[in-house]
Structure formats: structure tokens, C-alpha cells
Ligand binder design. Structure first.
Ligand code: PLP
Length: 362
């Protein structure tokens, strides 16, 4: 079977952090509908094709729309396992709640993913290291230009190919600190995965590019002082050396995405014997601790980013390096261990992998 027809996939907001090769969209997609009167339809598998949308569709006018992003990984025996699909299903529900949209039951979310992976498995090379990026999304499809919660929604699951990890050789990225405006604010939608969080970040991405950086670091809205997240990734800092190292990540505040990878990295770093703490990191402290050598590594993590080192930071006229500017030992070890969990190379002690059985297509 040949790989997709459609244009090469890009993931908005992640340019520059995707270290893996990205292929095209896969040939199949799954759709479901919800209406106030009839509730959910069953998932329908069909070809990846254009949608027919009313120009009065509420999503286009008022932004009632949510997304998810997760992966199915090739296992060493050639089969596939979806990584933490029930956690993504729960986050999809929580994003829906925040926007007064219907909550897709977890069994329908995971069942749709199983059908999608099963239908598209042939286009993924039969070698470990390859994965399918799965993109569920829901939008208000009712033709309605009154600003109230819509009464009809469409859910679609599409996917595209991702190549093997570059592993140890992955470069570090340069991050640019956005001081012009915050990404999210207390009481807002920062912890939901909704397109409305991404569009307003585009000017900052362009500014980062002009400053020679690939990623934007977001600070809290109240004080403009606390580091929250970076592009489509959560951030980790390695403080100290050798056995005294501590792995630090900002605590969930409601103003940034509770990353599933963040949660996995907390577990993986502990598996590797590191002390992990969740505590706020001030931007000035990040810089001072890098300059004094106390912070030795910083990395971002997310489904698409996996684990990506930050080698340097630009903040207005200031600029600093993290460690020697290349991925450090903790970053590399966490990435390798996480990769082993993805591809079934270590026991599934956390119950993270959801195997997809062959032959349930149709
Ligand atoms: C804004 C933002 N932060 C963090 C993440 C990382 O989340 P996850 O690890 O669940 O992919 C993502 C990616 O989904 C994101 O879009």
C-alpha cells in the first residue's frame, strides 16, 4: 500500500521541535457524530478525505473545537501499541467540558483509535522506531451563528506517519522567552487542548524565528516571572551533578497543559533513580543557575517532541547556554527509557501500552 495522498503533515506549533521525520497522512480516518437528540453515533471507518462543513458551522465562528495528540508505536514483534490512550481520552473529555462540548466516552475514544491504527498499520514500516501520530479532534458542526453551545458536533480521528527517532544524535533547540504577552492566564483555557490556545501564539513563533530560536518559552500571566511551558512541550530542569542531581518540573497550575509525556517523564526519571520535584522555576533563576553551573540540563517533552534538549535561551538582549549546549546525560537517558516504554522494550509496569489486535478492521 502506498502512503497517503495528502500533503505532508505538519503539526502547528511544533515546527523546529519535531526531530522525527514526518510522512504523509494515512489513508483512513474514523468519524463520529453527536447531536443533542440522539447522542453519539458509532465510529465509522472511511477514507481520509475532505469534510463537508457548513459555512455557518459554529466551530468556524466561535472556536468550539478541541484536539488531542498521541501515538501508536511499532513493537519489536511488529504489532502496535497505543501509548496511554485512556489518559488522552480523559484529557479530551476534560477539554470538552471546558468548552461546554459533549464528552466522548473513553471506550468510544479508544475503540476509534484501535480501528484507525488497525486500518493504517500497513503503511508503517515494519521496524521498531516507527510510529503513527494520532490526531483526534472535535468541532461544533451545527450551522448556527448564535454564540451558545452548539447542539451538533463531529469527531474525527486522522493519523500520519512518524519516522524513527534520531535518538542520541538529536540536536538541542534554542528557546526564546516571550515577554510581549502570556499564552494563558488563571481561569482561562491553558490546561485544555483547544485550537484557540494555539493561534494567538503564532506571532511569538515568528518572533522566535527572527531571534534565531526554534521554540517559545511561556511565562505566567500574573507576574511574568514563572516558567510554564515551551511550544508544545512541558519543561524539565536538571539541577546539580552526579548522585545529587534533582529533576525539577513546574507544578500543574491550570494555566498550561498537563502533558501525558510530562507525567511519563516524572515516572521514568524516578525509574532511573533520580529525585523528581515539582516546584516553580523563575526565569531569572533559570538563567542564574545555568550561569553558575547549578542547572546542567533543560529539556522539553511532549508526544511529538518526545524529549528534546534546550541548549540555549534568548531573553531580550540576554542569552545563556544550558550546560555545554548539547543534550546532557539525563536528557538522553530519559529519552531512551521513554522510547523503550513506547516500543515495548521494557516491562509495562505502569500499564501504559494498549496493544491493538490485528484483524478488527471494518
Ligand atoms: C501546549 C502544549 N503543552 C504541552 C504538550 C505536551 O503534552 P503531551 O505530553 O500530552 O503531548 C503539548 C502537546 O500536546 C502542547 O500542545
Amino acid at each position: 500500500m502506498t502512503v497517503s495522498t495528502a500533503a505532508p503533515a505538519t503539526v502547528s506549533g511544533e515546527a523546529g521541535i519535531l526531530k522525527a521525520e514526518i510522512g504523509g497522512f494515512t489513508p483512513h480516518m474514523v468519524t463520529l457524530q453527536w447531536t443533542e437528540d440522539d447522542g453519539w453515533t458509532q465510529p465509522l471507518l472511511g477514507p481520509h478525505q475532505n469534510l463537508s462543513v457548513s459555512p455557518a458551522s459554529a466551530a468556524l465562528h466561535y472556536g468550539q473545537s478541541i484536539i488531542e495528540g498521541l501515538k501508536a508505536h511499532r513493537q519489536s514483534d511488529g504489532s502496535f501499541a497505543v501509548f496511554r490512550p485512556f489518559d488522552h481520552a480523559r484529557r479530551f473529555r476534560s477539554s470538552a467540558r471546558r468548552l461546554s462540548m459533549p464528552e466522548l466516552p473513553e471506550e468510544l475514544f479508544v475503540g476509534s483509535l484501535e480501528r484507525l491504527v488497525e486500518a493504517n498499520r500497513e503503511v508503517v514500516p515494519d521496524r521498531p522506531g516507527h510510529s503513527l501520530y494520532l490526531r483526534p479532534f472535535m468541532f461544533a458542526s451545527e450551522a448556527n451563528v448564535v454564540p451558545r453551545p452548539a447542539r451538533a458536533y463531529t469527531v474525527v480521528f486522522i493519523s500520519f506517519l512518524m519516522g524513527s527517532y534520531l535518538g542520541e544524535d538529536a540536536d538541542a533547540v534554542t528557546a526564546w522567552v516571550c515577554r510581549d504577552f502570556p499564552r494563558a492566564f488563571p481561569g482561562g483555557t491553558g490546561s485544555a487542548k483547544t485550537p484557540g490556545n494555539y493561534a494567538p501564539t503564532m506571532p511569538a513563533q515568528l518572533a522566535a524565528g527572527r531571534a534565531g530560536a526554534q521554540q517559545v518559552v511561556w511565562l505566567d500571566a500574573r507576574e511574568g516571572r514563572w516558567v510554564e511551558e515551551m511550544g508544545s512541550a512541558n519543561l524539565f530542569f536538571v539541577r546539580g551533578h552526579g548522585a545529587d542531581r534533582t529533576v525539577v518540573t513546574p507544578p500543574l497550575s491550570g494555566t498550561f497543559l498537563p502533558g501525558i509525556t510530562r507525567d511519563s517523564v516524572i515516572a521514568v526519571a524516578a525509574e532511573l533513580g533520580h529525585r523528581v520535584v515539582q516546584e516553580p522555576v523563575a526565569i531569572d533563576q533559570w538563567r542564574a543557575d545555568c550561569e553558575s553551573g547549578l542547572i546542567t540540563e533543560t529539556f522539553g517533552c511532549g508526544t511529538a517532541a518526545v524529549v528534546t534538549a534546550v541548549g540555549g535561551v534568548r531573553d531580550g538582549d540576554e542569552e545563556w547556554h544550558v550546560g555545554d549546549g548539547t543534550p546532557g546525560p539525563v536528557t538522553r537517558a530519559v529519552r531512551e527509557r521513554l522510547r523503550a516504554h513506547h516500543h515495548g522494550l521494557v516491562p509495562d509496569v505502569h500499564d501504559w501500552r494498549h496493544p491493538v489486535a490485528e484483524g478488527r478492521q471494518g
